[in-house]
Design a protein around this ligand. Structure first.
Ligand SMILES: *[C@@H]1O[C@H](CO)[C@@H](O)[C@H](O)[C@H]1NC(C)=O
Length: 222
């Protein structure tokens, strides 16, 4: 190749790369809308989410939900209850990319450390006094006591918790940028999965002996 033809070759190459780059960046997978979707290679429908109700059968009632108007029962060992307005409870949210929860707390109640794999969470406190916190992947705790009218935001996927630090009940509404955020509760995930995580994984991970693991497991068994 002459010097001239090699530089025009380079110019053409640069043009091809510039043309193809946007295509590459647009061909990423869509975000998942559920925990998993095992392929049925012979299935006639395959979607990420849920199929749609026939439009002629949709009414105003489909877009209405009053499930968050009732207080959840907090008479459990954590003193907390979550009522979900996600796509499973409120089907109109399908494909809209948002959902909400009502979270009730008894005095001293705790929403145990957990994470939402598919969503950021905005916590809006309506009643009481909540300590809300999350831990970043750099292992830094960011937390704040949040009172009525105030908000705290939990970035997508990070482990977080809430605790009622007031004297009475507390109530928060949480909003998600996912129709089904998913929730992995650390105590349940680690100590109450079915089948359970092998004890020697947990004894090593937590640097304790197996009686400690068995004790935690028995406390969480429902
Ligand atoms: C949350 O409250 C609802 C409604 O009172 C109740 O049916 C449900 O069992 C409660 N969940 C827990 C974990 O206590």
């Amino acid at each position: 190749m002459t010097k001239d033809s090699s530089s025009s070759f380079k110019r053409i190459l640069v043009h091809i790369v510039l043309l193809v780059l946007p295509l590459v960046s647009r061909s990423a997978d869509p975000d998942p809308l559920q925990d998993f979707c095992v392929a049925d290679l012979k299935g006639s429908i395959s979607i990420n989410g849920f199929p749609c109700k026939t439009t002629s059968e949709v009414t105003s009632n489909d877009f209405f939900f009053d499930g968050l108007s009732r207080e959840g029962n907090t008479a459990n060992k954590f003193g907390w209850n979550v009522t979900a307005a996600n796509v499973l409870a409120f089907p109109a949210l399908n494909t809209l990319g948002l959902s909400m929860n009502r979270v009730d707390f008894a005095p001293g109640g705790v929403n145990p450390p957990h994470s939402h794999p598919r969503s950021t969470e905005a916590v809006f406190v309506l009643k009481g006094k909540l300590l809300v916190g999350f831990v970043s992947t750099a292992n830094i705790l960011y937390s704040k006591v949040v009172t009525p009218g105030q908000m705290f935001v939990i970035p997508r996927g990070l482990v977080h918790f809430q605790r009622n630090v007031g004297t009475g009940k507390a109530l928060a509404i949480t909003a998600f940028n996912s129709q089904l955020p998913g929730s992995a509760s650390l105590p349940q995930t680690l100590f109450a999965s079915k089948p359970s995580i092998p004890t020697d994984v947990l004894t090593k991970a937590f640097q304790v002996d197996d009686t400690v693991i068995k004790h935690i497991e028995s406390q969480l068994a429902s």
